[in-house]
Structures are given as C-alpha cells and as structure tokens.
Write a protein that binds this ligand. Structure first.
Ligand code: UDP
Ligand code: MN
Length: 265
C-alpha cells in the first residue's frame, strides 16, 4: 500500500491562517486574479533522439511565453522526487510538494511537456471552478465513477488531440482568431502518443515532429505579432514583419492577442 506521505488535515484552515500571517505572499496577483503556478517537467537525462531535446526546448519556450503574457509563474522539474514514482508518475509527489510549499498559490496547473499552448489569448475560466479543488479535461460519460470533487471540463480544448488539429491551423487563421480556445482555435494541442523524447511512440516520429513544428509556429505567430513579426509559414522558423501595426507602440496586449488574425493572412 503506497502513500504519498502523511495525510494532511484541516488544510484549508491552515492555509487561510498562513495567508493572513504572510501578507507578502498574496494569493491574488496584481490584477486581482487567483495566483497560478504552471508545472511541467521532463526526464533527468537527455532524450533518446536529439530532436526530442530541441522540441522540449520549444515546448518550454511556448509555456514561458504563455505564462509571461498571463502573469503565471512556471516551474520546470527535472528530478524524480520519489524513487517509487518515476516517469509520468513523478508529477504526483511533485504536485504535492509544490502545493505544500506554495500556500500562496490558488491553482497548481500541471501541463505535459508534449503539450503546447496554441491559443495565446485564451484564459482558463477560473470562476467556473470556484469550490472545486481538481479540474481535469474529460468527457463525463467516460468518467461515470467520478468522485464529487471532479470538475470535468469539455467546453474548450484544455487538452486538444493533435492529430485532428495540426493540419487545420491555416484554415483556423483564415476563419477565426485567438481567444476562442475551442475547435475554432484550440487552447492546447497535446501530442498524445508521440513520445518525441523517447524512442518509440504510437505515431511516426516525422509526423509528430512536423505537427509540433506547426503547432509551435502557430502559437509563436501570436506572440511575435505583439512585436510586429510572423513566421513566413507554419513550417518555417524564419520570420517577416507584419503589415504596419506599430504606429502605436503601447498596444493593448490583451486586445492584440485576441485580434482577428484574418487581416494578416
Ligand atoms: N515527465 C517528467 N519526468 C519524466 C517523464 C515524464 O516530468 O521522467 C512528464 C513530462 O512532462 C511528460 C509527462 O510527464 O509529458 C507525461 O509522461 P508520459 O511518459 O506519459 O509522456 P508523454 O506521453 O506525455 O510524452
Ligand atoms: Mn503527454
């Protein structure tokens, strides 16, 4: 019988007390939003395939960009905190440790290393989760045995399956704009079954890496346009300036992130 450590009682009360004694660590950010800590991780050693390490770096850059734009702090873990829980299980002792060490944080948000933010303007509708303590993506009919605390989100792509999305980004750019988060402009594209860092996955590695490159550039365009640039295409790391929108240097970041992308394509 395995446990993650001694059980913790009266956490809400203890946390409330800690917050009142530590006003220097407020649970809300400067905008008044609940403080979020995004947590991701990768294996302690290098990838089997060097391209895997390159895509890990891109995936981390993508997360840093999203977090910077939305005032979220980020942790990248590369150690196994518990010898019995390695690989993908290593997130459990890590998340527990972070929750206990950061009582100022309202939400600890795990995101896989093989998942990319593809809607840089979308924000999680946290108010929907007030009173919940765990939010997962899922389909209620597949989760019939859920315990009463499981908020199951399926109204936007908290986890969008890559295979149906990566070929549609150009179409999305023509028809829609960031900020929607759903199938029109997926919030997250997750490369399930790809294992770019490992040696074998469920899909051909070339198909995975091309898909990741497209997802990365699709997202990166949304960041670059804040600074007046865009990728030449979704498969091209080179960039070009966008049509003149730098006349006003102090653009509203939020509005700019959600602006209709059609004008550029
Ligand atoms: N992970 C980690 N340390 C490891 C292996 C995996 O932090 O040693 C994380 C990594 O972010 C990965 C997630 O756990 O995306 C899920 O692991 P899994 O082996 O299922 O890989 P995936 O299918 O997501 O590539
Ligand atoms: Mn994954």
């Amino acid at each position: 019988n395995y446990t993650l450590g001694p059980s913790i009682t009266r956490w809400n009360a203890k946390r409330r007390q800690w917050l009142s004694q530590n006003p220097g660590f407020p649970s809300r950010d400067a905008r008044g939003s609940p403080r979020i800590l995004l947590v991701t991780g990768s294996s302690p050693g290098p990838c089997d395939n060097p391209a895997g390490d390159h895509y890990l770096l891109k995936s981390t850059k993508n997360k840093i960009d999203y977090c910077r734009l939305h005032g979220i702090e980020i942790v990248h873990n590369m150690v196994h905190l518990d010898r019995e829980l390695s690989g993908y299980w290593s997130k459990l002792p890590l998340l527990r440790r972070l929750m206990l060490s950061h009582p100022e944080v309202e939400w600890v948000w795990w995101m896989d290393s093989d998942a990319l933010f593809t809607d840089m303007g979308f924000e999680i509708p946290l108010s929907r989760y007030e009173g919940s303590n765990l939010v997962i993506h899922g389909y209620p009919e597949l989760l019939n045995n859920q315990r009463s605390w499981v908020y199951v989100e399926n109204q936007y792509y908290l986890h969008g399956f890559w295979a149906g999305l990566v070929d549609k980004y150009e179409e999305m750019m023509e028809k829609h704009h960031p900020g929607l988060g759903d199938e029109r402009w997926p919030f997250i594209t997750h490369f399930v079954g790809c294992k770019p860092c490992g040696s074998y996955g469920d899909y051909p590695v070339e198909q995975c890496l091309t898909g990741m490159e497209r997802a990365f550039n699709f997202a990166d365009n949304q960041v670059l346009r804040l600074y007046g640039f865009r990728h030449r295409s979704l498969t091209n790391p080179k960039v070009k300036p966008v049509a003149n929108r730098t006349a006003s240097p102090l653009v509203n970041k939020e509005a700019s992130l959600k602006m209709d992308a059609k004008i550029e394509t």
